[in-house]
Design a binder for this molecule. Structure first.
Ligand code: GRF
Length: 193
């Protein structure tokens, strides 16, 4: 039987990078059989850039404003990911939709984490949307990425009870703690062969 290829991960990040950090910690502790190859960030002010550098992960800034359009921007990210031999792209707080130029290069190998129980509350401020609707069970989802906002097939979910008096901040913090566990677990379940 052929040996299963190791998961070579490339992260796409725009902000804080705590989900990326959680996956890096699982790999470093030997709990996730994967290799982090590179982080691509579209935001020069992102904390995730420093976080990657501190952990010895190559971090590449690719800013959309430096390209004539979305296709060229995505092609540049694909070039970096191929250069680093990435086989699985993990969107972890990447604040953009990815389009056909990107998805066709990594077909079935792009996943995202979102702080709601999809298909409820896609898009921005998912935790606020959940509170505004009065849901009693919130949570987070790891899903395959397609061209729709938070739209691809679901890989894994975790539920978080909404407590009386919850604010966006308190609920977001409890969901984030679940996200940090869920993302690595979801990566482990993926069969990419
Ligand atoms: C997370 O809540 C994630 O679900 C959403 O954006 C946030 C990113 O947080 N897509 P971080 O940058 O991983 O800390």
């Amino acid at each position: 039987m052929p040996e299963r290829a190791k998961k070579n991960i490339g992260f796409l990040v725009s902000g804080r990078g705590s989900n990326m950090a959680a996956v890096l910690a699982e790999i470093a502790d030997g709990r996730l059989d994967a290799e982090a190859r590179v982080a691509i960030c579209d935001n020069p002010a992102a904390l995730a850039l420093k976080l990657a550098a501190d952990r010895g992960l190559p971090a590449v800034l690719v800013e959309k404003k430096n390209f004539p359009g979305r296709r060229e921007f995505e092609e540049a990210m694909v070039r970096v990911l191929k250069e680093y031999r990435v086989g699985l792209v993990v969107l972890a707080g990447f604040m953009r939709l990815v389009g056909p130029a990107f998805l066709s290069a990594f077909s079935g190998r792009v996943i995202n984490i979102h702080p709601s129980l999809l298909p409820a509350f896609p898009g921005l401020e998912a935790q606020k949307q959940a509170l505004d609707h009065g849901v009693k069970i919130a949570g987070c989802t790891v899903h395959h990425v397609n061209e729709a906002m938070d739209g691809g097939r679901i890989i894994a979910q975790a539920a978080v009870a909404v407590e009386p008096g919850d604010t966006v901040e308190s609920l977001s913090a409890r969901i984030l703690a679940q996200e940090h566990q869920l993302l690595a677990r979801a990566i482990a379940t993926l069969d990419l062969d």
